[in-house]
Structure formats: C-alpha cells, structure tokens
Design a protein around this ligand. Structure first.
Ligand SMILES: [Zn+2]
Length: 207
C-alpha cells in the first residue's frame, strides 16, 4: 500500500548528544518492532532507517481499517524531547526539507492534511507540546497548488483562488495565450479563454 500519511514523532533523548552518537543510536533501532522510516538529527541532517513502503510499527495502530495506521503511513522522528524544549532552526529546516521532498515524491500525499502528530493517532504525548507542528503545517500550506487561476488581461490582474494580484505583464501576455495554455496544461489545469471578459481561466483538474 502506498503511504498516505506522515506521522511525526520525537526521539526522547538529549539534544546535546554528538551527531555521531545520534546516527549510531538511530541505526540501532532500525530493525526494532517500533522503529521509524526517518530520524531527523539536531543538525537537520536525516537518517533513513527503512524504505517508505515497508510497514513499521511506529504509530502503534496495526488495524488496517483505521484511518491512519502502520501500513499507510511514514514515521518521521525528530531527535530530542519536545515535551520540554523547542526545536533548533537547523533541525526544523532539515525536517521541513524532508517533509516537502516526501510530499513531492508521493502522489497520495498532497498537502498539510496528510501530516499528523503521533498524538493525533493514539494516546501519547509524542511528539511533545513544543513540537513546531503548526509552523510546519503553515509552511506546507504555502506550497499548495491553487485550485483556480484567472488571467484578467483587460484589467491586468491575476486572480489566484479569489485573491487578486496585480498582473503588470498581462497586456503583453494577451497575444501569447497559447504559451500560457501549454504551461498550465502541463501543470494539470484545464484552460479556457473567455473572449467577452478577456480572461484566461485555469482550473486545477485534480486527480
Ligand atoms: Zn511517537
């Protein structure tokens, strides 16, 4: 089964352990019953412990009919105890980079709704009250592909999901709708041109 969720964990250990020790201790749990797919170290580097398609007992739910379980999720664990301390910027940046690359590689996971904390899945404090979950979700939300784009040629405006942005270039684009069309179609948008309003409307076709 292709993974549909990312479950976030913390690795209850001192953030002051050396990177070598963090790598060694992460790899030591590789074959444990309760392991992870990735461990993000305090310097932002990550260690992959298992292939993402291999089920790991990281989230404590073996029932395949549960919405989020060990068979449909990737376990991403950050070194450190986030019940008591906050995450460093370098570790957060490494975590965000890993999460974004996992989302880009997996079509089943499109947005921040596919990223949950261990405590959202079962009774646990993991990944801790100071884990930067909302910040991470906010950063992922910013990457979301718009559902609809309108290129309003006459008024020189672009409307992205009903939010108006000044166009400044559209009157030049008026003659190059064909070029815009091929770009948008490559991004999985259906494109139509309304002659009356002089608007190019692009709608995300979704899956
Ligand atoms: Zn956990």
């Amino acid at each position: 089964m292709l993974p549909r969720f990312i479950v976030l964990h913390h690795f209850v250990a001192s953030p002051f352990e050396s990177i070598q020790s963090q790598i060694r201790r992460s790899l030591a749990i590789k074959n444990n019953q309760e392991s992870y797919h990735y461990v993000v170290l305090t310097n932002g580097q990550h260690v992959q412990l298992n292939d993402i398609n291999k089920p790991i007992g990281h989230c404590g739910v073996d029932d395949k009919s549960a919405r989020i379980n060990n068979y449909n999720s990737i376990g991403v664990c950050c070194w450190g105890n986030y019940e008591y301390g906050t995450m460093s910027e370098s570790q957060y940046n490494g975590l965000r980079k890993l999460i974004i690359s996992l989302l880009l590689q997996n079509r089943e996971m499109k947005d921040e709704h596919h990223i949950v904390r261990h405590k959202d899945v079962c009774r646990t404090a993991c990944p801790g009250r100071y884990y930067p979950y909302n910040e991470l979700k906010g950063d992922i939300r910013m990457l979301r592909k718009p559902k609809q784009l309108i290129f309003d040629i006459t008024n020189d405006k672009i409307v992205v999901d009903e939010v108006v942005k000044e166009g400044k270039m559209l009157n030049i684009w008026g003659t190059t709708v064909v070029a815009i069309r091929s770009l948008l179609e490559a991004l999985n948008y259906s494109v139509s041109f309304n002659k009356g309003t002089q608007q190019v409307i692009a709608k995300d076709k979704g899956e």
